[in-house]
Design a protein around this ligand. Structure first.
Ligand SMILES: Nc1ncnc2c1ncn2[C@@H]1O[C@H](COP(=O)(O)OP(=O)(O)OP(=O)(O)O)[C@@H](O)[C@H]1O
Length: 283
């Protein structure tokens, strides 16, 4: 499949007096293939994420959410428009995917140290930072274990520890909890909420789950069916700091129902009832 002509997914240095956005997408679009067989996957999308903000993106299956995240991660080039990400060498972007993305041949400690080693953090300091994150994630006793011996929840905690240990300029998460059972998913959402409210890490979080988006996000962006555009933006009713207890509030339930109405139309339009948000939205 042919690549589109190069365009600009730029990664600019951080800082600046006017506090520019950590991420800015302008008229961003991506298609796959060429000519009559070209498939418009995404856009055009205009969006910004402020430093320290957590923005969650929900949308029907196949609407281009992962494409958006992959462009932000620099793994894919846009076909049109641009995406600017303000990161720096000492505060890089960190990614977490559904399939953990941790290395089976490295120990838990080795995995968490990996990003720090890439940043050339001195060995002793890297060890201390990695062990401190393992302790925060309840994995201190598993430093020498290999991922194959861990449960899915533990593996995803390792991925989180590895991502956060580098003090990322932005955290890019693509359905990180989708492979976990409902209870564990709730536990990890609450842990992530607690962690990111402490670190104030700028986050772009892709999910199928409205509930997850409304628990974690400062803002929730709803995407249309493919090619995904942003059709709604909402702020969850509870401010910061918040806990998972917000799930039980009437305001939360009402907003979830409102967004589900929107999303259901898009799911029907895209013909993608497959993998909608079972268990995450009102039926
Ligand atoms: N490398 C590729 N080559 C061709 N088509 C692709 C490629 N990557 C994605 N697509 C198509 O682009 C569209 C958007 O895909 P994408 O994975 O971004 O959607 P998504 O919203 O993340 O889907 P899901 O929620 O099911 O994971 C889909 O129709 C997909 O088949």
């Amino acid at each position: 499949m042919g690549e589109p002509p190069p365009s600009s997914a730029t990664h600019r240095p951080a800082a600046g007096p006017a506090t520019p956005p950590a991420l800015r997408a302008h008229a961003l679009a991506r298609s796959f293939g060429r000519g009559r067989k070209a498939l418009a996957a995404l856009g055009p999308v205009d969006a910004e994420i402020a430093p320290g903000e957590c923005v969650c993106v929900v949308g029907p299956s196949g609407c281009g959410k992962s494409t958006l995240l992959r462009i932000a991660a620099g793994l894919l080039r846009p076909s049109a428009g641009e995406l600017e990400l303000r990161v720096s060498a000492d505060r890089p972007a960190a990614m977490i995917f559904q399939d953990y993305g941790i290395y089976d041949w490295k120990t838990v400690l080795g995995n968490v140290r990996f990003g720090l080693d890439l940043q050339r953090v001195p060995r002793k300091e890297a060890d201390e930072r990695a062990r401190s994150w393992l302790t925060r994630m309840g994995l201190a006793d598993f430093a020498g274990a290999y991922p194959a011996t861990l449960s899915g929840g533990m593996r995803q905690r390792v991925a989180l520890a590895r991502a956060l240990a580098v003090d990322p300029g932005i955290l890019l998460m693509d359905e990180p909890f989708a492979a976990l059972d409902a209870q564990l998913r709730t536990v990890l959402q609450d842990e992530l909420l607690d962690l990111t409210q402490t670190t104030r890490t700028t986050t772009l979080f892709i999910t199928h789950s409205l509930e997850e988006a409304l628990v974690l996000g400062d803002r929730v962006l709803v995407m249309s069916a493919r090619p995904g555009r942003i059709i709604a933006e909402r702020r969850p009713p509870s401010g910061r700091p918040r806990t998972g207890a917000v799930r039980a509030t009437p305001e939360f339930t009402a907003l979830k129902a409102e967004l589900w109405q929107l999303l259901r139309d898009e799911v029907n339009r895209g013909g993608s009832a497959r993998r909608t948000t079972e268990g995450a939205v009102p039926a």
